[in-house]
Design a protein around this ligand. Structure first.
Ligand code: HEC
Ligand code: HEC
Ligand code: HEC
Ligand code: HEC
Ligand code: HEC
Length: 261
């Protein structure tokens, strides 16, 4: 067991120093208290931490300079005000920002419309999904019926996305190269999920057909691979049977040969 884990442990050891974040932001804030330390623990659980997006990527500043880390001359941005959050997050999430800004939510921003952090949180941002549309989150400012309509409009495409994601994982686990299909699924998912931010049911319904076609193409590729796999399995099974049969015959021949002796 230990021997089988050995190569893995060696890789872990070699990668260790790369994983350990030597950002001074993390070092100093871990040792602070209350609202200054809280972001560190929350951030560690986030999709941003997993993807290497750290404190300074959002807040700016210099993660290598202990003394000057938070100096404006080092690009430190500080904490964004409520209405500045969409631009703050939207530096990286351009498509989402565009759809959001054109939406009823984006247009109501100055009058208390929700911004990114209201729905996704700030430091503990998780992978997005349709589960974010909930009674608890969406009835804080208006009745839930509107949200329910949006949820209904995207649920079928979301189901297809989820099913394909699971199938690609399954193929990957049995050793199929799924990189290209994953790429196609990733870009389809991005294009689809930014659409939510329009909160415009008609638009979502109008664009569903296009997404169904794109997902159908990936689905067809998955189907082909699965057919091929089951054929290979059948041939593999036949080969095993033939080998077994061959073995039995060989044994019988040897047995009868010995008996004759
Ligand atoms: C030497 C310790 C230290 C380092 C290094 C450090 N911080 Fe801070 N940070 C603090 C302290 C103390 C405060 C609260 C007092 C203040 O605002 O200056 C703070 C405040 C903040 C705030 C809140 C500011 C506000 O207006 O409320 C943010 C955001 C922040 N730091 C991010 C960062 C980032 C990003 C980095 C790395 C580029 C970093 N910090 C590096 C100690 C540090
Ligand atoms: C994904 C972007 C993002 C990352 C990464 C991020 N922050 Fe923040 N941070 C924000 C936003 C947005 C706010 C403003 C909060 C709000 O409006 O709810 C904020 C607020 C803060 C505050 C003020 C909190 C308060 O209650 O006054 C501090 C301190 C802070 N961040 C430190 C950090 C530290 C330290 C890290 C790294 C562990 C970090 N942030 C990583 C986006 C980020
Ligand atoms: C410095 C660039 C950067 C900033 C700023 C940033 N993000 Fe991200 N974000 C990323 C990257 C990179 C990923 C991981 C790749 C991906 O899934 O798109 C990500 C992932 C996400 C995801 C998960 C997407 C998924 O696949 O489900 C959400 C939600 C998200 N970010 C929201 C936010 C919010 C809210 C803010 C502002 C508080 C923010 N981001 C600020 C770079 C950034
Ligand atoms: C912070 C308050 C707030 C939260 C939270 C919020 N909304 Fe809204 N929503 C608004 C405002 C403000 C408007 C625009 C003014 C109006 O129509 O009342 C709006 C409008 C809408 C509309 C109508 C869009 C149109 O074009 O007519 C939909 C649909 C909607 N929201 C869905 C949602 C969903 C889904 C959620 C939860 C994920 C949500 N809202 C959470 C404040 C909020
Ligand atoms: C009213 C709530 C709400 C607001 C405001 C909001 N989001 Fe979202 N966001 C969602 C929901 C719900 C989803 C998932 C949609 C789906 O599953 O189709 C999502 C999905 C995402 C994704 C994932 C897209 C992908 O490629 O998988 C990112 C990134 C993201 N949001 C970033 C942001 C940013 C940045 C802002 C601010 C400009 C923002 N969101 C504002 C609710 C919101």
């Amino acid at each position: 067991m230990i021997l089988r884990l050995l190569p893995f442990l060696v890789v872990l050891f070699l990668c260790g120093p790369v994983w350990a974040d030597d950002s001074v932001c993390l070092q100093c804030h871990s040792g602070q208290e209350g609202r200054l330390a809280a972001p560190v623990g929350q951030w560690q659980t986030s999709v941003h931490a997993t993807n290497g997006v750290s404190c300074h990527d959002c807040h700016g500043g210099d993660p290598t300079d202990f003394g000057m880390a938070m100096d404006p001359s080092k690009g430190f941005l500080g904490v964004p005000a409520y209405a500045d959050v969409p631009a703050f997050c939207g530096r990286c999430h351009l498509g989402v920002r565009e759809d959001y800004e054109g939406s009823a939510h984006g247009k109501a921003l100055e009058r208390g419309g929700p911004q990114c952090v209201m729905c996704h949180g700030n430091h503990a941002v998780q992978k997005a999904s349709i589960e974010l549309i909930s009674e608890k989150s969406c009835s804080r400012c208006h009745s839930y019926d509107r949200a329910a309509k949006v949820k209904a409009a995207i649920s079928q495409t979301e189901d297809s996305l989820q099913r394909l994601e699971d199938q690609l994982d399954e193929l990957y686990r049995v050793g199929i190269d799924t990189e290209k299909m994953n790429g196609q699924l990733f870009s389809t998912r991005n294009d689809f999920r930014r659409l939510f931010h329009t909160v415009n049911v008609e638009k979502m319904e109008a664009e569903t057909a296009g997404f169904t076609t794109r997902l159908g193409k990936i689905d067809a590729q998955v189907g082909e691979i699965k057919d091929e796999l089951s054929q290979r399995k059948m041939i593999g099974g036949l080969v095993v049977l033939l080998l077994l049969a061959g073995g039995c015959i060989a044994m019988l021949i040897r047995k009868s040969y010995h008996e004759e002796e």
